[in-house]
Ligand binder design. Structure first.
Ligand code: EPU
Length: 418
């Protein structure tokens, strides 16, 4: 298994291009099942989660190709007749649960083993199930497999108890092929909800209100193939903003939607960083000394939980005491022990981490515990004295495209060793 070696202390300088949004891509690829036709998806990130979904669609009978250079997938799902995603397939990633909504919409049934993904908390799927049942499906869980089946899907009013990204997207997909109108209240509002809704509409669906907390879906009889381009990755962009800040660098982050980054931009400015916004790019200019900050993770447009770990790594070098409150995932502080091995002073009490800034972290051997934990360790390595060796980098490869190549182009001293 590969490792990353990082020699800290280099100021990052230059420009990087942000890839397509992982969390939109991993919903859009399963959603092609709804078309039963040829779809062309552009601006896909070349990451492991996309490769896994390509394999799953192929195993289900789809004709799928992915051009890594062009970032373009051609997916013809016309030959898929049924969806049974075994444990071997579904355990690879969280987004395998989107096979349920897409297949329920098209075939009125699906069988999918419980999804895998990052171990960051309990991650129930009760809201997905509640939505499918409201649309008229019977849901049974036997031997770790979720069976959903409906004689007919009928539009319904569904109030989500939590504004879940996964449940909103799954219900939206199934409801596209229900008869009548579905209303999802307390829907998630994250940028990728809007992207998936736009993709569904490009395939002939009628989804309105995505990006607000009430989404209305008028069921349609038929959907068809389309060509669609995925939006830029809000979380990758935020991670690179934090990386630029961590090294006191001067970096232009290109191919972004600045609006999606407002919660991060605001926090980094509060910490003393200079951030200039242009149409589709941002310039982050680092400072020698960073101010402390208090952060609470919230659903969009609040501070995203997926950047909690990266920004916490940065705050280990800020002056004073910062307080991080994680409100989405109870298990998202596992990486703290790794940061402590590098000299960070962090105390975790329940869902709160208290970070006392230190002069300098020191490089050592650490291991990623999940995807964003891996990004946090890369940030720690960029700031640390000496060499940091990061193990378990398969987590990082699941969600960040060519992270070491992008960092090398900014002047970082980073090497992948097998
Ligand atoms: N929840 C429930 N019941 C449900 C669904 C969710 O109680 O049926 C709770 C969860 O336990 C959690 C909260 O609701 O406390 C939010 O979960 P949500 O469903 O929004 O998250 P998800 O769909 O499992 C996606 C991303 C995550 C990202 C979250 C929040 C994908 C594949 N995953 O997860 O991404 O953190 O939304 O924005 O899109 C990552 O990229 O590192 C990552 C973990």
């Amino acid at each position: 298994m590969g490792k990353l070696l990082i020699e800290g202390g280099c100021k990052l300088k230059g420009k990087i291009n942000v890839s397509g949004f992982k969390n939109a891509a991993v919903a859009i690829i399963p959603a092609t099942i709804l078309a039963g036709d040829k779809c062309i998806i552009e601006n896909l990130p070349n990451i492991e989660d996309v490769h896994v979904l390509k394999r799953i669609l192929t195993q289900l009978g789809g004709n799928v190709s992915f051009d890594h250079e062009q970032k373009l997938m051609k997916a013809d799902t016309s030959k898929i007749e049924d969806c049974f995603a075994s444990y071997e397939m579904a355990k690879e990633l969280r987004a395998s649960y989107y096979l349920l909504g897409a297949s329920l919409g098209r075939f009125k049934k699906a069988r999918v083993s419980f999804p895998g993904g990052c171990n960051i908390g309990s991650r129930p799927i009760d809201q997905h199930i509640k939505g499918f049942e409201a649309l008229g499906a019977k849901v049974q869980i036997e031997h770790g497999i979720i069976h959903v089946e409906a004689e007919e899907l009928k539009g319904a009013e569904i109030y989500l108890d939590v504004a879940s990204v996964g449940a909103t997207i799954n219900i939206m997909m199934a409801a596209c092929r229900a008869t009548g109108k579905t209303i999802i209240e307390n829907a998630a509002k994250e940028p990728h909800i809007v992207d998936v809704a736009n993709f569904l509409n490009a395939m002939g669906a009628d989804v309105r209100g995505a990006g607000t907390d009430v989404i209305k879906i008028h069921g349609v009889d038929e959907m068809h193939g389309c060509t669609y381009s995925v939006i830029p990755d809000q979380i990758e962009a935020g991670t690179f903003m934090i990386m630029a800040a961590s090294t006191g660098g001067d970096v232009i982050i290109d191919n972004i939607i600045p609006k999606h980054l407002e919660p991060i931009t605001a926090k980094l400015r509060e910490m003393g960083l200079e951030i200039e916004e242009y149409g589709e790019s941002l310039r982050v200019v680092g400072k020698e000394k960073l101010k402390k900050a208090n952060i609470k993770t919230l659903v969009y447009p609040g501070f995203p939980t997926d950047l909690q770990q990266p920004i916490s790594a940065l705050l280990t070098q800020a002056e004073g005491t910062s307080i991080i409150t994680e409100t989405i995932y109870e298990g998202r502080f596992k990486y703290v022990d790794e940061l402590k091995r590098m000299g960070a002073q962090i105390k975790v009490e329940g869902n709160v981490a208290i970070i006392q800034g230190v002069e300098r972290l020191s490089g050592t051997e650490v291991a990623a515990t999940d995807l964003r934990a891996g990004a946090a360790l890369v940030i720690a390595g960029l700031m640390a004295d000496g060499v940091t060796q990061i193990d378990n980098i398969h987590y990082i490869d699941r969600g960040y495209e060519s992270i070491e190549k992008k960092l090398l182009s900014l002047g970082a001293k980073i090497k992948r060793v097998e």
